[in-house]
Design a binder for this molecule. Structure first.
Ligand code: PLP
Length: 386
């Protein structure tokens, strides 16, 4: 029996593969500093864990509504309305197991073979994977280092065609940490407002931002009806393993997402939804502390990378990734990433695993302790000196 043809077009995430290799090395007694995986190195705040335990004790252990419990949808709608300055209604909210289903389901519901999708490159690898899987046409949008890894607006304008069905934006961004400035988001809104396309705005890092608040394209006139906001709990509340996230989108698309949910998951776990309400309505001090710590590490780690011969790394505005330009080393990014893992004990990711325009860069996640980050810089320094 052979796999369906479409399986030849689906991709994977290199971060998980590198993690496996790093763990294998550790099993042989080697020390590895993990800067490959994109998850906060903090525990889920205590009050959220306690609420999940209480929910289990109270019997929140059954199937729930496919779209998510009304109380959580109301909480999310109020949170998104407040943080994005829009009027989001609970009917526009889909609660799903993680942020990723808000890529999978809306894309599955909207894209026909041959439709064009513009997506950031380098970018989260699942975008291109899903576009190809669905037989749509990936149109890469290179990010520009000199513009803080925002888009080249002229190139974007030239890339939009009659076949463009979707534009994917991600700010703060994985893998670069870049934040799209407000004036660029406004210009993009102007470009797409009159077109028959939807914007998938991946805002999973919206709370992990160091210089002000990132602007959602949904905020601009006429854009709320054309935007799918992806957000969730994984990064903001250090809840990657809980698998809970949400999308805010036009109601007609929520109906389609409900059908895909009922065919795949039935619903998102009930007790985690109780915990998610506690996350959004409870104290936010843990989030503030985590972001302040990331900020401190970003500054020190980027300074460290910039002190390495052949490395150049601008301070990213958000997320917890440093995307270092390593062209000055004269080594290809895959070769350097592999060698840093096997010879220096530093696990990081080849920039090209985020798309062809990531060649010449390495992605480091600074979701690791300050001491480990400084040690990683010294390990790389010793490796390069050899
Ligand atoms: C840009 C981006 N979008 C979405 C996700 C998926 O988040 P979740 O773990 O909630 O599915 C990630 C996770 O790494 C991400 O980096």
């Amino acid at each position: 029996m052979k796999l369906a043809e479409r399986m030849a077009r689906i991709g994977v995430e290199t971060a998980f593969e590198v993690l496996v290799r790093a763990r294998e090395l550790e099993a042989t007694g080697r020390s590895v500093i993990h800067l490959e995986i994109g998850e906060p190195d903090f525990d889920t705040p205590r009050h959220i864990v306690e609420e999940a335990k209480r929910a289990l004790d109270e019997g929140w252990t059954h199937y729930g509504p496919t779209q998510g419990y009304p109380e959580l949808r109301e909480t999310v709608a109020a949170y998104v309305s407040r943080t994005r300055g829009i009027a989001a209604a609970p009917e526009q909210v889909s609660i799903v197991p993680g942020g990723k289903p808000i890529l999978f389901f809306p894309m599955l519901a909207l894209l026909e073979p041959g439709d064009e999708v513009i997506y950031p490159n380098p970018g989260f690898p699942i975008y291109e994977s899903m576009i190809r899987f669905l037989g749509a046409v990936p149109v890469p949008m290179p990010l520009v280092e000199e513009r803080g890894f925002s888009l080249d607006l002229d190139r974007l304008r030239d890339s939009v065609s009659a076949k463009t069905r979707m534009l994917i934006l991600n700010s703060p961004q994985n893998p670069t940490g870049g934040v799209i400035p407000e004036e660029d988001v406004r210009a993009i809104a102007e470009m797409v407002r009159e077109r028959d396309l939807l914007v998938l705005s991946d805002e999973i890092y919206s709370r992990i931002c160091y210089d002000g608040i990132p602007v959602s394209i949904a905020t601009f006139p006429g854009m709320r009806e054309k935007t799918i906001i992806l957000d969730g709990f994984s990064k903001t509340y250090a809840m990657t393993g809980w698998r809970i996230g949400y999308g805010v989108m036009p109601e007609w698309l929520v109906d389609a997402v409900n059908k895909l949910m009922v065919n795949s998951n039935s619903c998102t776990a009930s007790f985690t939804q109780r915990a998610a309400i506690a996350a959004l309505t409870g104290p936010q001090d843990d989030v503030d502390r985590m972001v302040a710590e990331f900020h401190h590490r970003r500054d020190a780690f980027c300074d460290g990378l910039n002190s390495l011969p052949g490395f150049r790394c601008a301070r990213p505005g958000g997320a917890f990734y440093a995307f270092a330009n390593i062209r000055g080393t004269g080594i290809h990014s895959k070769e350097l990433a592999d060698a840093l893992l096997s010879d220096a004990g530093v696990a990081c990711l080849n920039g090209a695993s985020f798309g062809e325009f990531g060649e010449g860069y390495l992605r480091f996640s600074y979701a690791n302790s300050y001491e480990n980050l400084m040690e990683a810089v010294e390990r790389i320094r010793r490796f390069i000196a050899r």
